[in-house]
Design a protein around this ligand. Structure first.
Ligand SMILES: Cc1cc2nc3c(=O)[nH]c(=O)nc-3n(C[C@H](O)[C@H](O)[C@H](O)COP(=O)(O)OP(=O)(O)OC[C@H]3O[C@@H](n4cnc5c(N)ncnc54)[C@H](O)[C@@H]3O)c2cc1C
Length: 381
C-alpha cells in the first residue's frame, strides 16, 4: 500500500462499492454534473447485485416509502435500459394463489393504493393467458403490469460502462477503501481526493464504520439460487406463489395474511423454517432463475444444501403443476440483513453510509441513490 501518493483527479463525490446502490448514487450525482469516482475492491461486480433475480419488484414492497421508491426505481430502470442498451426481459408479476386463504390476501391487496397496477384473474382467465403455469389447484392470480425483470449480471456492467462513457464517472477497480474522511479517501492504491463520500458496502460490515453499522444490529442472509433449463414456453410474468404472500411485507402486513400464514406453517413448515418462497423469472435464452431460501448468520456457512434446493423445486412443482426442468446452475448469494429494510447513516456531514438490509436493493436502489445525493448536495431528486 502506498497511502502517501495521491491519485490523479479531484472529485465532488467518491462512491465506495460498485453494486447497484453505488451505481445508483453515482448516476444521481453525475446527472447533477458532479465529478464522481466509484471505487470497488473487485475487478467486476460479484456481490448481491449480480447474484439476484433481477426482479424489480414494486408489487409486494412494504407499504409507504419502500413502495414509492420501488415505483421510482422501476421508472429509472426503464430509462437506463434504453440508455445503456440492455433488455427488460419480463414485465409484470403473476402471483398465483392456490390455497383458499390466499385469495382474501390478494383481494385485500387490490383494495389498497398498492393495487393500482394490478388485477385479479380467475383460474379460467389465467389459464387462457398461460395454461402451462396454472394448474387445477390455482384459485386466482394477482397480475401486475408494473414489475420488471432484468438480467443483473449483464445489466450492471452495462450501467457501469454507460456511466463511464456518457457521464464521465471514473471507476477505480481492485482497490479497497481503507478510510473515508473527505477530502482524503485512503485506498489500497493511494489517496483519492473527494469532497464527499457515499459508502455502499453491501454486506461488508467491518471495513468502514463498523461501529456505526453495529448499532443497526446487522447480520447476513444466505440465499440458494438455481437456474433451470428452458421449459419450452414463455412465462406470462414473474411467477410467485402462496409462500411469497407471507414474506413480502406489502402482503404479509395485511390482516388477511394471518390465516394463510397459519395454514402454511402447518402444511409447509420446512419451507417456512428455511425462509423459502418461490420466485421464477425467465432469461433471454428461455432458462428459468428459481429461488430462494433465507438463512441468517454473522458468517453464513458456504454450503449449498441439496435438501433446500429440493424444497424450492418442490414448491415450483406444486405452484405450476409441472416437474421442474433440469438444473443447469446453482449459486449462493448473501445480503446484509436487519430488522429494517435499509438505512442511511451519517457518520460525518459529508459522508453517508447506505446499507440495504433486505432483499430489495434492485427494486428500490435508484430512488435511494437520488435521495442520498439530494441530501448531500441539495437540489431536487
Ligand atoms: C440471491 C439474491 C437474490 C436477490 N434478489 C433480489 C431481487 O430480485 N430484487 C431485489 O430488489 N433485490 C434482490 N436481492 C437484494 C439485492 O441484490 C441487494 O439488496 C443489492 O444488490 C445490494 O446492493 P449493494 O450495492 O448494496 O451491494 P453489493 O452488490 O454487494 O455491492 C457492494 C460492493 O461494495 C464493495 N465494497 C464493500 N466494501 C468495500 C471497500 N471497503 N472498498 C472497496 N469496495 C468495497 C464490494 O466489493 C461490492 O462490489 C437479492 C439478493 C441476493 C443475494
Amino acid at each position: 500500500m502506498n497511502s502517501q501518493s495521491t491519485l490523479p483527479g479531484v472529485f465532488d463525490l467518491a462512491v465506495v462499492g460498485a453494486g447497484i446502490i453505488g451505481m445508483a448514487c453515482a448516476r444521481a450525482a453525475a446527472l447533477k454534473g458532479l465529478r464522481v469516482i466509484v471505487i470497488d475492491r473487485d475487478l467486476e461486480s460479484s456481490g448481491a447485485s449480480v447474484r439476484n433475480f433481477g426482479f424489480v419488484a414494486v408489487t409486494g414492497q412494504e407499504r409507504g416509502t419502500a413502495w414509492s421508491r420501488a415505483r421510482r426505481t422501476c421508472a429509472i430502470w426503464e430509462e437506463l435500459a434504453q440508455q445503456a442498451e440492455f433488455p427488460i426481459l419480463q414485465r409484470g408479476l403473476w402471483m398465483t394463489a392456490r390455497r383458499p386463504e390466499a385469495v382474501p390476501v390478494l383481494e385485500a391487496f387490490l383494495e389498497t393504493e398498492m393495487g393500482e397496477d394490478c388485477k385479479i384473474l380467475s383460474r379460467a382467465a389465467a389459464r387462457a393467458c398461460c395454461a402451462q403455469v396454472v394448474n387445477e389447484q390455482v384459485q386466482a392470480v394477482l397480475s401486475s403490469s408494473i414489475d420488471l425483470r432484468v438480467e443483473s449480471r449483464e445489466a450492471i456492467p452495462k450501467i457501469a460502462a454507460w456511466l463511464a462513457a456518457r457521464l464521465g464517472v471514473v471507476f477505480l477497480r481492485q482497490t479497497a477503501v481503507l478510510t473515508a474522511a473527505p477530502p482524503r479517501i485512503e485506498t489500497s492504491r493511494g489517496l483519492v481526493e473527494a469532497g464527499a463520500v457515499v459508502v455502499c458496502p453491501g454486506d461488508d460490515m467491518v471495513s468502514l464504520y463498523p461501529e456505526r453499522i453495529a448499532k443497526y444490529r446487522v447480520s447476513r442472509c444466505k440465499l440458494q439460487m438455481l437456474r433451470l433449463a428452458d421449459p419450452g414456453f414463455r412465462l406470462p410474468g414473474i411467477v410467485m406463489s402462496d409462500l411469497g404472500l407471507i414474506r413480502y411485507p406489502g402482503y404479509s402486513a395485511l390482516a388477511e395474511a394471518a390465516p394463510l400464514r397459519a395454514r402454511l406453517e402447518a402444511e409447509q413448515g420446512e419451507h417456512v423454517k428455511h425462509g423459502i418462497h418461490l420466485i421464477v423469472v425467465q432469461s433471454a435464452d428461455g432458462s428459468l432463475v428459481v429461488g430462494d431460501s433465507h438463512h441468517h448468520a454473522a458468517t453464513p456457512d458456504f454450503s449449498a444444501d441439496e435438501r433446500i434446493d429440493q424444497l424450492i423445486l418442490g414448491e415450483f412443482a406444486a405452484a405450476t403443476g409441472r416437474s421442474p426442468p433440469a438444473v443447469r446452475e446453482r449459486w449462493l448469494g448473501t445480503y446484509a440483513s436487519a430488522d429494517r429494510s435499509m438505512f442511511i447513516d451519517m457518520p460525518a456531514p459529508d459522508v453517508r453510509l447506505v446499507m440495504i438490509t433486505s432483499g430489495s436493493g434492485a427494486s428500490t436502489g435508484f430512488a435511494i441513490g437520488e435521495e442520498v445525493v439530494t441530501d448531500l448536495f441539495g437540489g431536487s431528486a
